[in-house]
Design a protein around this ligand. Structure first.
Ligand SMILES: Nc1ncnc2c1ncn2[C@@H]1O[C@H](COP(=O)(O)OP(=O)(O)O)[C@@H](O)[C@H]1O
Ligand SMILES: [Mg+2]
Length: 462
């Protein structure tokens, strides 16, 4: 990408001469003939360096206008290099400029080679500085993140298909939406997408949208400048900027506060944003991966999720099936988790008794792979023999299928069985995108039995 340099001078001849010189060196040049124009340009473009005169129309020697401009720029942007141009014999003004936050100065009339060397050095320095700030912030985030060191287990045909699709789309830059119940592996597969992509050497930045409070949303996502608000004692780099050149993973996307969805949409559409407290527009380049356990279509209908945001994120949608729909994966996963637990506690790995195997396979796994992981680790701890017994598992096979109908809430107790049945049928239907056969199968019903129930409810509704 071409670096753009903003040239600020009230002398047209100087603007043209510098502009030609910089373009010949491969830079893009933006010209401004007054401080006001310079500020306007900074708001509009993501400039890599500012080359500016100190004296404008007001008076011609004090440099006051130039110093004011430096101060204004620094309020918005601490990093962009500023090189000032001063006349002969005005070394005091040059010193004042550096004190105000300029990075270097050159004297007019300038020597081309020297000017270009100064510019290139300053741009390189600023890049290194930005990179190190990013690294520091990235390390902070890494420390907070628990990284799964898991080998992926995918024996079932359903998961083989999922993996095949993942491999196919990972190399493209398409936005990917991962759907599936809690614990099915969405976060794990988001990371896999990153690792399979051409962006694997750049950061994978993960944000749980449910955990970002509404009041901190902008500062967390866009970053802020020093002093942008009372608590902003130092500048902060936001998640979008950190994800530059890498992958941005927005987890639990359905939980994004409605009031923030418009702001999110803008960055996703234009890949542009401004830090809180800054008018400077920054451009970022990232691959977007999102995940949710919610039915976004329903959320759109209910008015809690923006339709345009949904269309922006679901270029490719990959559904991770619940564990109970791919029972072939249960035992391989169980063995892998048991082996992992043995390693964690530096103990020999355990076998799984056939009775325990049977129980594992008949249980409904409402918490999916995450729950299986916990169950196996606990079994490792509780097991007194060399093979895990059903009693070590702490589950029973008639545990309810997670239907998320909130059986504990008070309102549920006011509902009749028939009302709950209707709710389950509707949810299943929308979960399978209106495919009645799939919905019926998932409930253990024949298609006709499913339709009979559907009709019964439609009649009572009338
Ligand atoms: N296919 C899989 N193979 C191995 N481990 C898995 C698999 N799917 C999920 N896991 C593990 O199960 C746990 C839950 O997965 P996670 O990605 O956090 O689920 P989700 O984001 O869908 O809630 C994690 O520890 C993850 O490493
Ligand atoms: Mg997750």
């Amino acid at each position: 990408m071409k670096q753009s340099i903003l040239i600020v001078d009230d002398d047209d001849d100087i603007l043209s001469a510098l502009s030609l010189l910089l373009q010949a060196e491969g830079f893009t040049s933006i010209k401004a003939d007054s401080p006001a124009q310079a500020i306007a340009a900074i708001r509009q473009y993501d400039v890599s360096l500012i080359l500016m005169d100190l004296n404008y129309s007001l008076d011609t020697t004090s440099g006051e206008e130039g110093l004011n401009l430096i101060n204004t720029i620094r309020q918005h942007n601490e990093l962009v290099p500023i090189v000032v141009m001063t006349g002969w014999g005005t070394i005091e003004v040059a010193v004042a400029a550096i004190k105000s936050g300029a990075n270097d100065f050159i004297q007019k009339p300038w020597e081309n080679d020297r000017l270009l060397m100064t510019i290139n050095n300053q741009i390189r320095l600023a890049q290194a500085q930005k990179q190190s700030q990013k690294l520091i912030r990235h390390n902070e985030l890494l420390q907070a993140e628990i990284r799964p060191a898991t080998d992926i287990v995918a024996e079932s045909a359903a998961m083989q298909r999922v993996l095949e699709t993942l491999h196919q789309v990972a190399r493209s830059d398409a936005s990917i939406l991962l759907t599936g119940e809690n614990g099915t592996g969405k976060s794990l597969f988001a990371r896999l997408i990153h690792e399979l992509s051409t962006r694997r050497h750049a950061p994978h930045i993960s944000v749980n949208m449910g955990a970002v409070t509404e009041s901190l949303f902008e500062s967390e996502m866009f970053g802020h400048t020093k002093g942008a608000f009372t608590d902003a004692k130092s500048a902060r780099i936001g998640r979008f900027e950190l994800a530059d050149e890498g992958t941005l993973f927005l987890d639990e996307i359905a939980n994004t506060p409605y009031s923030q969805q418009g702001k999110l949409l803008r960055v996703l559409e234009d890949r542009q944003f401004e830090k809180v407290g800054s008018g400077i527009t920054q451009t970022v380049d990232f691959r977007l991966v999102t995940a949710t356990n919610a039915e976004l279509n329903l959320a759109v209908n209910a008015g809690s999720f923006r339709k345009d945001l949904l269309y922006r994120i679901n270029t490719v949608e990959i559904e991770i099936p619940a564990l109970r729909y791919r029972p072939e994966d249960i035992l391989p996963l169980a063995s892998a988790f048991l082996a992992k637990a043995a390693q964690k506690y530096s103990q020999p790995p355990l076998e799984i008794s056939s009775a325990a195997k049977k129980l594992l396979q008949t249980y409904a796994w409402p918490g999916n792979v995450r729950e299986l992981n916990h169950v196996m680790e606990r079994a490792h701890i509780l097991c007194k023999t060399s093979a895990v017994q059903p009693s070590d598992l702490g589950i029973n096979s008639i545990a309810p299928v997670a239907e998320n109908i909130g059986l504990d809430s008070e309102q549920e107790y006011l509902k009749s069985l028939s009302e709950m049945e209707q709710e389950i049928i509707n949810r299943r239907l929308s979960y399978f995108g209106g495919d009645a056969l799939k919905a019926a199968k998932s409930l253990g019903l024949s298609r006709s039995a499913f339709y009979r129930r559907l009709e019964k409810h439609e009649q009572t509704e009338r």
